[in-house]
Design a binder for this molecule. Structure first.
Ligand code: URA
Length: 283
């Protein structure tokens, strides 16, 4: 793994940046002022759960052909699921044609109470085989990017994808596939209630923010995901390049580093605000 020396010891930051191909560009620098907060663009999925969500979903026809009422019942069912139910439901999902060629669905990986949520596009060949997101070359770069801001997969970090099944030949998931899978992603967000969401690439941005422009136009902005639970907190959202794109486009790594540094600042602010809002410990 990139984040470890051959001897097994952890890499220094300088070695890490070198490994990712970012040194000497990836220096922490004074950040620009945080960009505007865009209005929330997502529907609030707080709806009552069906009595037996998993059974209610089993056997649904592919979403494009399903009547709106069935799609809505499916969304409502998913909105009430526990992690275990979500895992079963995703594993058995046949709501779009991506299920036909998958080896397995890939729900996500990491700390279920993470402050950080990273969202990618969809499983590739290795993810499809292993059942974990970002385990191929793009995943190695993602791990290195996490390490560069002192994060580690599974420790205060959860990693998910816009779609849970591998698109054939690793093509970009279609809008309808992203929409069909969105209730799963929304439920993951509601269960985790992260303090910050990082969207990796355009498909992830599409999944959370709706039809969007170029990735370049989204970078540098801070979007807001509405509080996913009553009494919960709204979640800042930042967009950056997908690691697979960065593997092909080395010059944009410096921009991704800027985005990560900005994300880290937003996280620190969110954590400080949460600490201030927390009730004082009893004397
Ligand atoms: N690319 C993604 O967007 N997600 C993965 O899980 C792997 C590669």
């Amino acid at each position: 793994m990139i984040a470890n020396k051959p001897s097994g010891g952890p890499l220094t930051r300088a070695q890490l940046l070198h490994e990712i191909g970012l040194s000497p560009q990836w220096q922490l620098r004074e950040q620009r002022a945080v960009a505007l907060a865009a209005p929330a663009t997502l529907p609030d999925e707080r709806r009552p759960a069906l009595a037996n969500p998993i059974t209610a979903i089993a056997g649904l026809a592919p979403a494009p052909a399903a009547p709106a009422v069935m799609a809505s019942a499916r969304s409502q069912a998913i909105a009430g699921m526990s992690w275990e139910q979500l895992q079963h439901s995703v594993a058995a999902c046949r709501a779009c044609t991506l299920c036909q060629q998958r080896r397995q669905a890939v729900l996500g990986v990491g700390d279920l109470a993470a402050d950080w949520l990273f969202i990618g596009e969809g499983p590739g060949a290795e993810e499809d085989a292993r059942g974990e997101p970002f385990v191929g070359p793009a995943g190695q770069l993602l791990d290195a990017m996490l390490a560069a801001i002192d994060l580690q997969r599974g420790e205060d970090v959860y990693i998910a994808n816009a779609v849970k099944c591998r698109p054939p030949n690793n093509r970009t998931p279609e809008a309808a596939e992203i929409a069909t899978c969105a209730p799963y992603l929304q439920r993951q967000i509601a269960l985790i209630q992260p303090r910050l969401i990082v969207l990796l690439g355009r498909a992830a941005a599409h999944a959370l923010l709706g039809e969007v422009g170029s990735l370049a136009s989204l970078r540098g902005q801070t979007f807001t995901y509405p509080a996913p639970q009553a009494g919960g907190h709204a979640i800042p959202v930042v967009v950056t390049y997908h690691p697979a794109y960065l593997l092909r486009t080395l010059p944009d790594k410096a921009k991704a580093w800027e985005d990560l540094c900005r994300a880290r600042r937003l996280m620190r602010a969110a954590q400080a605000a949460a600490a201030q809002a927390a009730p004082p410990l009893p004397a």
